[in-house]
Write a new protein. Structure first.
Length: 262
């Protein structure tokens, strides 16, 4: 975040203000306007972006308030500042959560909005359903030192372009973040790592992840790809990098930090 950006504060209800921003969520795309396209559509307060009250609006299926001007979050990146992008991602995540928690997961009753929490509550069995965040680790593994140091970059089987990135995976219940790093690297490329260090995190609203970025050091093993997830993986020096992800991804931050490090 640049110092000039206005901070966003998540909250349940708006502060006194005359400024509002409405993030219409059309399936998983957004159309942002300073007034709601339809007062009858369900809305969820997101929080205050400086003096501006931000709302997410659940656009009913088949409606098109922007007349085709809605954009997906990938395309929005870089066209608004990083805080505005994160707020749009929050809108998509919360609206998608609202759409999928209308009934109790335990007893099937229709749920209602809880009073003082961001939660849907079951009036019959009292189950509270909070917005779901799925933590995922992403790791840049290095081996060696100085100019000869290499980083392990891999091409996922589902990547739309032939680019190489850091290794990533979801944290399992019962696991801590360091254990998730060690396990994911071992599972995906057969490498043992240690000296795991946290670098930075990033909300990743595709659909509801929180990416936690790490560095790790090579200990032992040869690359053996899990071909269900990884098409190819190699060690690269700073001089011979393949195509790497764009600035939207924390993978790029991890790689850029490494490039600047020598
Ligand atoms: Zn229930």
């Amino acid at each position: 975040m640049s110092p000039s950006e206005i901070p966003f504060r998540p909250s349940l209800a708006p502060a006194e203000t005359s400024e509002h921003r409405y993030i219409h969520v059309v399936q998983t795309k957004v159309f942002i306007d300073d007034r709601p396209a339809d007062d009858g559509w369900e809305r969820h307060f997101l929080g205050m972006h400086g003096e501006v009250a931000c709302w997410g609006i659940d656009v009913p299926h088949g409606e098109d308030p922007g007349y085709g001007a809605e954009t997906d979050l990938y395309s929005l990146f870089g066209r608004v500042d990083s805080t505005e992008w994160a707020v749009a991602g929050r809108a998509v995540q919360l609206i998608e959560w609202a759409r999928t928690h209308k009934f109790c997961g335990r007893c099937g009753e229709p749920t209602v909005m809880a009073q003082n929490d961001r939660a849907y509550q079951c009036p019959a069995c009292r189950l509270m359903q909070f917005p779901r965040l799925s933590p995922a680790i992403i790791t840049l593994v290095t081996r060696g030192e100085g100019d000869a140091q290499q980083a392990l970059l891999a091409r996922g089987v589902n990547f739309p372009m032939p680019l190489y990135s850091c290794l990533a995976g979801f944290v399992e219940p019962g696991e801590n973040l360091e254990q998730a790093v060690v396990r994911e690297v071992e599972e995906e490329v057969g490498i043992v790592v240690n000296n795991i260090e946290y670098v930075a995190s990033q909300p990743w609203p595709f659909p509801n992840s929180l990416m936690l970025g790490f560095r790790a050091q090579y200990v032992s093993g040869d690359i053996v790809c899990d071909t269900t997830e990884i098409a190819d993986a190699n060690w690269y020096t700073r001089e011979e990098l393949p195509m790497i992800p764009g600035a939207i991804s924390i993978a790029r931050r991890l790689i850029d930090d490494w490039l600047l490090q020598r």
